[in-house]
Design a protein around this ligand. Structure first.
Ligand SMILES: C[S@@+](CC[C@H](N)C(=O)[O-])C[C@H]1O[C@@H](n2cnc3c(N)ncnc32)[C@H](O)[C@@H]1O
Length: 221
């Protein structure tokens, strides 16, 4: 299986799940909670440029737009983007959706203040590459917000990728906060800060250990 077959396999999986994804999505069930946590993690003093990588049905993109930010959001799955676009339209939110794989997304270097990556690192063959993209498109001192969890802890969150596909994903079982911190520091981010304590109850059913980390793009690296 080539790298491009892995990406295509992952995309086909999310295309197929798109029509039903929002039925169980935490950001649809509790949008205000996610908005509050993201708002804290953004620590912004006004409207900023935000890019959501692997936006899916728009979890972070819609929350960021509702907070008044200028949002671009990319995903490789046309079907997930279709659901996200419809949700933005219904909510009257202005989000620029871009169909592209993260590594190839037409996003200018140093063109954004904040990058969000929620529940995407676990499903990438090269998660470090997504953080390198984040680092490249952030302005100096910009902020990445990574949200993810140890999905294998709860049966209802385990993926049903084929074994061949799953083997290619280094974090197919999910990520711990320490895994994410390590990836962030290796990608040149500093000041890693956790925000998951702001959830008044576990954000996902099944007791999945989940985290929200912000970090700053170090200058000059
Ligand atoms: C588990 S969903 C998360 C969606 C959304 N971020 C959320 O928090 O609900 C993973 C998303 O990542 C997207 N994705 C996976 N690999 C990608 C890649 N290489 N480039 C762009 N999007 C990708 C999938 O299409 C899917 O929409």
């Amino acid at each position: 299986m080539s790298a491009s077959e892995v990406t295509k396999g992952v995309t086909a999986y999310w295309d197929a799940r798109a029509p039903h994804f929002n039925c169980a999505a935490s950001h649809v069930r509790a949008p205000d909670v996610w908005k509050e946590v993201l708002s804290a993690a953004f620590a912004s003093d006004g409207p900023k440029d935000v890019v959501d990588l692997g936006t899916g049905t728009g979890a972070c993109a819609l929350a960021a737009a509702a907070l008044g930010h200028r949002v671009r959001a990319c995903d490789g799955s046309a079907e997930m983007l279709g659901v996200a676009g419809e949700a933005a339209r219904k909510a009257g939110l202005d989000v620029q959706f871009i169909r592209a794989f993260i590594a190839e997304a037409p996003l200018e270097p140093a063109s954004t203040d904040i990058v969000t990556i929620r529940n995407v690192l676990w499903t990438l063959e090269r998660p470090a590459e997504a953080l390198e993209v984040a680092r490249r498109i952030l302005r100096p001192g910009g902020r990445v917000v990574v949200l993810d969890g140890l999905w294998s802890a709860a049966p209802e969150h385990r993926s049903d990728y084929t074994a061949e596909l799953a083997r290619r994903l280094p974090f197919h079982a999910g990520l711990t906060e320490a895994d994410a911190q390590h990836l962030l520091e290796n990608a040149g981010f500093i000041q890693v800060t956790a925000w998951q304590h702001l959830f008044s109850s576990p954000p996902y059913p099944g007791g999945v250990p989940a985290f929200v980390l912000s970090a700053i793009a170090a200058t000059g690296g």
